[in-house]
Design a protein around this ligand. Sequence first.
Ligand code: HEC
Ligand code: HEC
Ligand code: HEC
Ligand code: HEC
Ligand code: HEC
Ligand code: HEC
Ligand code: HEC
Ligand code: HEC
Ligand code: HEC
Ligand code: HEC
Length: 459
Amino acid sequence: MARTRTTKKLAQRIDLNYFKRTTALKRAKFFLSVGVPALALVWIGWHGLAKDPRVYSSGRMSEAHAVLEAECAACHVQTAGAFSAAASETACLSCHDGPMHHASSKSSPACATCHQEHRGRVNMIAARNQSCSECHGDLRASGGAGRFEKHIYSLQEGHPEFAAVRAGVSDPGAIKMNHAIHLKMIRRGPNGPNVQLECGNCHRPAGVDADVTYGDAKYRAAAVSYKESDELLEEDTQTLRPPNASSGRELMTPVKFANACAGCHLLTFDERFDEGVPHDKPEVVHAFLVKKFSEYIAAHPGELQEAREPERDLTGKPLQPVARVYRRDEWVSARIRDAEELLWRKTCKQCHAMASAAGQNNLPVVAPARTTIKWMPHAKFDHDGHRGFSCVSCHEKALNSTQASDVLLPGIASCKGCHAPGPDHAESRCFECHTYHDWAKRKEVRPTFTLPALRTGGQ
Ligand code: HEC
Ligand code: HEC
Ligand code: HEC
Ligand code: HEC
Ligand code: HEC
Ligand code: HEC
Ligand code: HEC
Ligand code: HEC
Ligand code: HEC
Ligand code: HEC
């Protein structure tokens, strides 16, 4: 017999009380809707009783602020018992200053736009590019023409070529130098033939002892009458100072004659002497020559007599030979004249521009060296951070440069090879290469905050 399926019969098969029975699924739902909040309340209550406010926090503190993990009020100033979700700028400033960027900037963004908190144990200084391009994407400086590129979004987008290596820029330094000659094999060195110089024979960071393979102990020990600061080009003062003291290893110090040249370029002046003249201003050199030749002739008076070619009479017959006898001062002047002719016209001139007869006693003047200390004053660069890379990987222009006026520095393209977005590259956000705050304007703050562990005498 065929089964009849009526709607009524079907309806009778449905349990009308199904919702009154508990099932595994329902128990789980109940637990989730009531049990979990209850547990959370217990957890919050537990931490509340333990006076641990981290439970309200939206994430762990940065590395530098890790000690403030439980100290919400240090940054979130509580007004009338209420907790403010915005960190107060005055709170930040009560522990450390964050001096402004540029007086010409119209406004200063709040600290937290760049220094984000509650993102875990991260480097708080790692500001996003957007924090900078907010202004630098369309830079408007108040008070006249901006000095800088106006549309910078990232190192890859809009960042200009560095000013020092733009077309038409030359090295203002006055010491003559031909890198190409010195970096090829040199046939005669001070200690034998075939010398291959390296960059480090002449260049070194300030904090590192000089390589003196081609130096000379006598010149290194000598005091000079010119001041070190005289050699240097005045620094651009309109730049931002980094927050930390320099390690002394960031930049290369100016090259010194005594350390790097004296071993090969001798300042000898007369065959009677092995030594050379002092490496100093012409007046000092002149005084040295006067002293040396005066002492010499006092010790060797025989040299005052100079046998001259005998003169002849009208018939061509030789007359009695006459020995001319010089006065001492005549002799000394003549020797100095010869020595200075050689020095000013040849020896010193090989490395220096000499303005003739402009100084004391009609002596020439050595052109100021005008050595640049910091080529990229608006950025920070640290040779020490790149010491694993060969010098020519950035300064390949040095190998072929024949003029001191050539600029041998790397352009932005060489930085971009390593500093690029992504995990396989070195950091490429602005903060890596630039200072933001003008730390020269830093105000010292008197700290008022005490950690609770110290407040209660330490637990
Ligand atoms: C060193 C200062 C500092 C301390 C200490 C601190 N905060 Fe914050 N907090 C901030 C800053 C800055 C922000 C703004 C968010 C941002 O942009 O990074 C913030 C934002 C917040 C927010 C808003 C949500 C968000 O992420 O924007 C909450 C909630 C919060 N903090 C809770 C806490 C709690 C709870 C504590 C204590 C356990 C605490 N904070 C301790 C600096 C601090
Ligand atoms: C209770 C004191 C205190 C408060 C409040 C405070 N900081 Fe700090 N901050 C410190 C200490 C301590 C350090 C670590 C020492 C240092 O670098 O000066 C630090 C370091 C920093 C650093 C450098 C991080 C690094 O890796 O070197 C930044 C950036 C910073 N704080 C920003 C802020 C901002 C923004 C605020 C406000 C939201 C703030 N701080 C509030 C005490 C405080
Ligand atoms: C536009 C982004 C920006 C803003 C806004 C900003 N900072 Fe910074 N801050 C930086 C960058 C980038 C650095 C790292 C370079 C430097 O020191 O200038 C830094 C460094 C710091 C340091 C670390 C100095 C050290 O010893 O290494 C402190 C502290 C600091 N800022 C505090 C503040 C405070 C406080 C404020 C708010 C008054 C603030 N910053 C606003 C970008 C910013
Ligand atoms: C509130 C706007 C503003 C923000 C944000 C800002 N800048 Fe600037 N920046 C300026 C102004 C204005 C100048 C000066 C222009 C002038 O004098 O011609 C300037 C100049 C500079 C210069 C060149 C001069 C110098 O000081 O060496 C650099 C580099 C620089 N900013 C880097 C940064 C970096 C990196 C950030 C982000 C961490 C940043 N700026 C964020 C407004 C801003
Ligand atoms: C024999 C010594 C000597 C050697 C070796 C030498 N330099 Fe120099 N270098 C100098 C002198 C002197 C100056 C300053 C005169 C000038 O500006 O050219 C200078 C200047 C520089 C400058 C800055 C000036 C500019 O115009 O860019 C750079 C960069 C430089 N050298 C890189 C190098 C590199 C890289 C090497 C090795 C491949 C090297 N030098 C090898 C003596 C030397
Ligand atoms: C290893 C030996 C050696 C050292 C060290 C050395 N030079 Fe030379 N220099 C030479 C030789 C060799 C020549 C080519 C022959 C010559 O004219 O004396 C030369 C030539 C020069 C010239 C003429 C270049 C030209 O275009 O004709 C200058 C300028 C010069 N050197 C400067 C310096 C300076 C500055 C230093 C120290 C920073 C220095 N040299 C260190 C060996 C050296
Ligand atoms: C081989 C190259 C070389 C020769 C040759 C040389 N100098 Fe120099 N001179 C230098 C270098 C490099 C400096 C940079 C600073 C230092 O060594 O103290 C310098 C600096 C100077 C200064 C300081 C310039 C300033 O800006 O204040 C004077 C003065 C000077 N030399 C004089 C002389 C005289 C005089 C002679 C010849 C007797 C001479 N030099 C020969 C390489 C040379
Ligand atoms: C890899 C290092 C590096 C990074 C990353 C970098 N810069 Fe630069 N920036 C430099 C150097 C180097 C200079 C040349 C400084 C000089 O000429 O004194 C420079 C120059 C500048 C100048 C002056 C430009 C001019 O017209 O002369 C500004 C403004 C500037 N940078 C802003 C930024 C901003 C904004 C960012 C991030 C979007 C950024 N930089 C990222 C290295 C860097
Ligand atoms: C990663 C690239 C890089 C490498 C590698 C590098 N330099 Fe530099 N060098 C630079 C930059 C950028 C500057 C400009 C820094 C400034 O003055 O602002 C510079 C500047 C210099 C100067 C001019 C003086 C100064 O410090 O400003 C000399 C000299 C110099 N470098 C020599 C060397 C020597 C020698 C080596 C190898 C030991 C070397 N560099 C390795 C990038 C590099
Ligand atoms: C061969 C790869 C390479 C090249 C080319 C290079 N960098 Fe770097 N740079 C690095 C690495 C890797 C680091 C990280 C080093 C460290 O951990 O301090 C770094 C770090 C830096 C830092 C931070 C240094 C510190 O110790 O605080 C600055 C600023 C910087 N580079 C600027 C530049 C500039 C400007 C150029 C171009 C003239 C450049 N770099 C070219 C690889 C490179």
